[in-house]
Design a protein around this ligand. Sequence first.
Ligand SMILES: [Zn+2]
Ligand SMILES: [Zn+2]
Length: 302
Amino acid sequence: MKLTFLGTSGGEGYPGLWCQCEYCSYARTHGGKNHRENSSAVLDGDVLLDLNMTTFSQAYRLGMDISQARTLLVTHPHEDHFVAQHINWARLPAAHPYAPGEDCSRREPAPCCSDLSPLRVMGTRHVLEAVSQGQASDSLQGRADLDWRSEKIAVDFTLARPGVTVELGEDLRVTPLRSIHGPAEDYTVNYILQRGGKTLLYALDTGGYDDAMWEVLRGFRYDAVVLEGTAGLSLAPNPQHMNVEKLRRFFAALEEEALLTGKGQRILSHMAPHWTPPHDIFAPMMEREGITVAYDGLTVEI
Ligand SMILES: [Zn+2]
Ligand SMILES: [Zn+2]
């Protein structure tokens, strides 16, 4: 597996949009890896992990074409992770596809005039609500069925059921994991991805897992874990996110239970500026503990 980080910031971006603190000022002055956009990632060029406002522009900056991605795994509908409007841009014209060489300017207007095969979207019912309640095309308004395929929008929706493994084609097995994060129960899921004999845990956003989800976690051994580092050096209790102390305990628990493979890469993403030092400072600090701090554009082989 090859994982590219398109963005690695918490919700406010890094530097924070409204912030002039020491960390944000450093990031503004120094740029480079210190500058982070909202978190999303792409696996092997065909699997998107979250889809936020900067996912497409970040892919463009990195010279990646993600329009042909076949699978989108959405962790939760917080807007730094998922913007339902993007689904609308996959709306197709009534007569689809166009004949080769046909002049699309003469046909019924539609956001997408390319020959697009359905994008398999997996998410919680809260993601489904965001997609179907008017933020996407009229054709999906009020849909109550949980798994569906749309002929009008090139989308195929599968509900994420915590602990239930689903085959999503192209040698990809996905197991959603209910995470402690968000305003309601079952609001957010993290994902265990298996492909080509490798296993990846992608864990943004989360403050941890309940006992039932720990049981699910124990069913796998991980070649890589991407964990959120939102609260960085903050010592204030934050049940919905990880600070350094908490993420150390999480990695230690995985090690104690022998859930990491020999290589077992430990990687952080989703850094918030007010608590997490700029990359120039934070990366070497965590590297001493064998933890990699991701940056926008980093690709890791798993
Ligand atoms: Zn977030
Ligand atoms: Zn969130």
